[in-house]
Design a protein. Sequence first.
Length: 334
Amino acid sequence: MKTILFIFCLLFISSRVFFAQDTFSIVAVDSVTGEVGSAGASCVDLFQFGLPSDHFLGKLFPGIGAINTQAYYVPTNQNNATNRMDLGDSPSEIIDWLINNDVSGQPEIRQYGIAALMNSSPQTAAHTGSATDDYKNHITGSNYSIQGNILLGQKVLDSMEVRFLNEEGDLACKLMAALQGANMIGADTRCASNGTSSLFAFVKVAQPTDVFGIPSFVVSVKTSNNDGIEPIDSLQTKFNLLKGCGETSIHENTPFDQRFTVSPNPAWDYILIESKSENPEASSFVLYKLNGELLREDCFTSAAKVKVTDLDAGVYIIKIKSNDVVYTKRIIKQ
C-alpha cells in the first residue's frame, strides 16, 4: 500500500512540476545601455496553475544578464541557474553546471538560453536537450539566444532572429519584434487547433539600476485554451500603450519636465501632478502598471493629487494628455 501511495505521489508531483514548456523564447543584453531582457510565449494555459506570474520563465539580473528556463520546467533548476549567475559564472559555465547537476538527472529534457555581460562584453550560451519535444533547436548570436521546442519548424526561430536583428529600437522593441516573428498559427504546434501561436506571451527588460525581481519594464498576456485570442497581438497592444519604437518612441521626455511636475518621486502615499504653465489648460492623466493595466485616470487643470497607497512597490507609467500632446514619465512607488 505504501508503495502504491509513493508512486501516486510521484505522479502527482510530476504533473505539477513538469507542466511548462516555454515553446519559443529569447534572452538578450545590450552592452551599450546595460539593459538585459527576456521574452517568450507558450501554448500552456496558465489559468490552470497557481504561478506567481505569467513571465516566471525568464530571470533578469540588472546590469548582468538574463536566463530563460524551459522545457519540463522545474523551479529548482531555475533557482540553481540564478545562484550560478549570482556567483559570476559565464553563460557557458552555467549551462555546463546545469547539465551536470540537473535536479532529477534529466538534462536531456531541458532547454535553456542565457545572455550576460561579462566585463561589459556580451556572452551567450544555450542548451537544447536531445529528448526535448520536437521540433526543437536554438540559435545564439553575439548578444542573444533564441530557443524553442514543440515548434512548427526552424522557420519560427529564424523569423524571430531576423525580426530581432532588423528592429532599430531599444532592447524592449527588439524583443517585441522577435516575438512578432513567431506570430504564426501553430508556432507552438499544440496551439494550431486554437488558431493561435501560443496561449501566453511576455516581454520584460531591466535597467542596470533596477532591483532584482522588479524590472522597470514588464508587459504580459495570458489567455485560455479555446479563446482563439492571439496573445502576441494582445501583447503588442499593451506594449504600444507603454512605449513606441523607432521614431515613435515615447520614453520619458524632456518636454514632460518642461510642462509638468510630479512629486514626490519616489512616492509613498500620493503623487501630486502640477502644471508649470501660468495659464494651465484642461488636461487628463492616466496611470498604468508596466503590464499595461490601467490604474487611475482623471481630468485636471492646474493640479491633481493621486493616491498610490494601495499600489505595490515598483515602477509605474504616468501619461498626461494636453492639447493632443502626450507626455510620459516613470514614477516609483516605495
